[in-house]
Design a protein around this ligand. Structure first.
Ligand code: PBG
Length: 324
């Protein structure tokens, strides 16, 4: 039956009816809040490219995690910015490294918040690449060993989950093996399975001081043009033992989220990255649209596409908006 028997507007008549037929509902429990922890900061440092986001010193990070947890956001994702960088990112392995300290500080204050740690080398290497350089290329297999040791070191500090974002082949299996060998068989892995080589990471690289000093990441991150390959990457990570798979970025890759959702029954995370956040912030600051509506529409679209978990810098604000 079509018009005039069918009138789609009948169910759009009131707030109550619209609410009854709403297919996708955001909830603060969907969100993960990324946190930048800096070894050199003495107070919260604003990040120019990401209004409202800060680099926290270890001494303040627990308070921020607690604030967001109280708004109903169950998990934080930690990124470390070390005082010293070198060719192999050695400061990422130290038991008193910046992330390891932050994990302990957050756990001390509130042991119910889920702490996920980013496992990668780009914040710790002086060249800014996500692995060890051999001549001009990032060497896959020597990098695996360091990623595995970094993951174990985070688990030892008390991390509830590790999240490798480097895009080396075989890293999920290498990390799983190392965690199991050290008694961390119950520590889950959230794999950045389909991570694209994206221009939307620009603001993050300012925040984490992790831009590659030469070249780019096209030798390990995915080509934005490839959808089938994203499904393949995801299935490989599942095979290697990933507990949660991820698509990143989110907004320009909603089709990939939907494809991955259809291809597996894993919990699926999507990373609403720094450039997506700044796009909303700057648009709102220009008075072109309202931040709250922009952000909630973006987050809803990511969930509607099929994501269960949304990693977003808007987590705290969105949780507040949803509670109003
Ligand atoms: C790499 C990493 C990046 C992001 C998360 N982990 C940057 C990159 O690959 O250059 C980007 C996150 C964002 O843009 O919000 N460790």
């Amino acid at each position: 039956m079509s018009f005039p028997q069918t009138r789609m507007r009948r169910l759009r008549k009131s707030e109550a009816l619209r609410s009854l037929v709403q297919e996708t509902r955001l909830h603060p429990a969907d969100f993960v809040y990324p946190l930048f922890v800096s070894e050199t900061a003495t107070k919260a440092e604003p990040i120019d490219a990401m209004p409202g986001v800060f680099r926290f010193p270890v001494s303040e990070v627990a308070r921020e995690a607690e604030r967001v947890y109280k708004l109903g956001v169950p998990a934080v994702l930690l990124f470390g910015i070390p005082a010293r960088k070198d060719a192999s990112g050695s400061s990422s392995l130290k038991s008193d490294g910046v992330v390891q300290q932050a994990v302990r500080a957050i756990k001390d204050k509130n042991d119910r918040v889920a702490i996920i740690t980013d496992v990668c080398l780009c914040e710790y290497t002086d060249h800014g690449h996500c692995g060890i350089l051999k001549q001009d290329t990032v060497d896959n297999d020597t990098t695996l060993e360091l990623l595995a040791r970094q993951a174990v070191s985070h688990a030892k500090a008390g991390a509830d989950m590790v999240a490798p974002s480097d895009m080396m082949d075989g890293r999920v299996a290498a990390i799983r093996k190392a965690l199991d060998a050290d008694g961390f068989q119950d520590t889950p892995i959230m794999a950045y399975s389909a991570k694209f080589c994206s221009a939307f990471y620009g603001p993050f690289r300012e925040a984490a001081d992790s831009a590659p000093q030469s070249g780019d990441r096209r030798g390990y991150q995915m080509d934005p043009a490839n959808g089938r390959e994203a499904v393949r990457e995801t299935l490989l990570d599942i095979d290697e033992g990933a507990d949660i798979v991820m698509v990143k970025p989110a907004l320009p890759y909603l089709d990939i989220i939907a494809k991955v959702r259809a291809a597996c029954n894993m919990p699926l995370a999507a990373y609403n990255v720094s450039g997506e956040y700044s796009m909303v912030k700057l648009q709102a600051a220009q008075g072109l649209a309202e931040e709250r509506r922009l952000a909630l529409e973006v987050l809803t679209s990511i969930k509607r596409a099929g994501a269960d978990i949304i990693i977003t810098y808007h987590a705290a604000d969105a949780a507040r908006w949803l509670a109003e």
